[in-house]
Design a protein around this ligand. Structure first.
Ligand code: ATP
Length: 206
């Protein structure tokens, strides 16, 4: 079973312990809401889980192996910034991202996804001219484009309106019901329908 397992993680930033002896597992069909106040270490933890940075101590494995290229192929990691090239259009950003991830995507599929995200008509202009919520929607289109097993999502609801939040929550629910695993940070409660949400709380230290 392709389970992500973190054991005895600790992370220090500027001589401050963000967390220590932290263990967690994320299994197919599981949704985890990672919570905690500003500065508690949520982004730091997600970056470690995604293999983008190393813990001070502890290990992360996927499928009983150290994080490897296969894990990266099965992962969608969306950081708290939209991660878009401001001068490129939505279509160009997504096409480039798909190429980077070796995803073959047709123009038809791209337009279908843009339609789901209410971005049709905005696809050709540089994303710097889009509103913050529209830019976030472009970034989140990746959740429709990559076949994956695990999503690590850092504040995906930032700048989204109510409909946008509902759309992304529904997308997460569908993915989890199909056997995907999601760990997500959000300062707002998740309102999944009939789906258990595991909560991990980082307390933070003043
Ligand atoms: N590269 C770094 N160098 C030094 N300090 C860092 C670094 N990255 C993070 N920190 C510090 O670690 C702490 C935790 O940051 P992190 O971004 O993980 O918090 P967070 O829980 O995601 O916060 P927020 O809810 O505000 O997004 C902060 O005090 C931050 O200043």
């Amino acid at each position: 079973m392709a389970e992500l397992v973190a054991s005895q993680l600790s992370c220090m930033k500027r001589d401050k312990v963000l967390f220590e002896s932290l263990s967690l597992s994320l299994s197919p069909g599981q949704l985890v809401h990672l919570r905690g106040p500003n500065g508690a270490g949520k982004t730091s933890l997600l970056r470690i889980l995604a293999g983008l940075s190393q813990p001070d101590t502890g290990t992360v494995t996927w499928n009983n192996r150290a994080i490897d290229n296969e894990f990266q192929r099965r992962l969608v990691y969306l950081g708290h910034k939209a991660g878009l090239s401001a001068g490129l259009s939505a279509i160009e950003n997504l096409t480039f991202w798909c190429a980077q991830h070796h995803i073959r995507v047709s123009e038809t599929t791209l337009f279908e996804v843009l339609e789901v995200l209410s971005l049709v008509g905005l696809e050709e202009i540089p994303v710097r001219l889009l509103s913050a919520g529209q830019q976030r929607r472009v970034a989140l289109a990746r959740l429709w484009l990559k076949s994956s097993d695990i999503w690590i999502l850092d504040e995906p609801f930032t700048a989204l309106d109510t409909d946008g939040v509902a759309l992304i929550q529904a997308r997460c629910e569908t993915f989890v019901r199909q056997g995907g695993a999601v760990i997500v940070t959000s300062h707002q409660p998740l309102s999944m329908k009939d789906m258990p949400v595991s909560v991990i709380e980082l307390e933070g230290q003043l």
